[in-house]
Design a binder for this molecule. Sequence first.
Ligand SMILES: CC(C)(COP(=O)(O)OP(=O)(O)OC[C@H]1O[C@@H](n2cnc3c(N)ncnc32)[C@H](O)[C@@H]1OP(=O)(O)O)[C@@H](O)C(=O)NCCC(=O)NCCS
Length: 145
Amino acid sequence: MYIRCGSPLDLEELYKLEKMIFKTEAWTREMLKMELLINTNSQTLLIEEKGLILTYLIFRKDLMEYQILNFGVSPSKQNKGLGYRILKNFLENIETNSPVFLEVKKSNFRAINLYEKNGFKVFGERKNYYKDGSSALMMSYYKTT
Ligand SMILES: CC(C)(COP(=O)(O)OP(=O)(O)OC[C@H]1O[C@@H](n2cnc3c(N)ncnc32)[C@H](O)[C@@H]1OP(=O)(O)O)[C@@H](O)C(=O)NCCC(=O)NCCS
């Protein structure tokens, strides 16, 4: 099992995984393509094992500021530390004095817990943010050392 950067060649496998994880709220193929292929500020980190992608984290960097755009673990591999591992790897490799922002569904306790354990703090809320009408919590992390 190892961590690598994603490329446009991963598009179809990532799209399949995205639909398995997020179902009706999954990103479209076009949205994934945009980040993998077109947007030069975006990067994807993947955990792969035996040729299969198990986890992905898509982020964008604008100047010194990062935004986590998408993050998922294959359903059968959730709760085994993979999300923790890829998030930690991402945070270890960004520059110091860099803020990281993300949005997470208010009811997604597992994700919120994982972010809080890694130093993220809630700084706001967007009402009616998701398709199902639920709110998003806005979280941030600031790397100092
Ligand atoms: C949310 C999600 C990304 C988390 O990834 P995961 O691999 O399932 O979670 P992990 O196994 O890494 O973390 C589970 C727990 O173990 C902890 N943990 C795991 N490895 C650890 C380690 N080495 N040291 C300390 N804590 C660790 C995590 O902090 C977390 O804490 P908890 O036990 O109190 O819940 C994943 O479940 C997922 O894809 N969910 C569906 C999609 C989604 O919600 N994406 C996020 C959108 S914002």
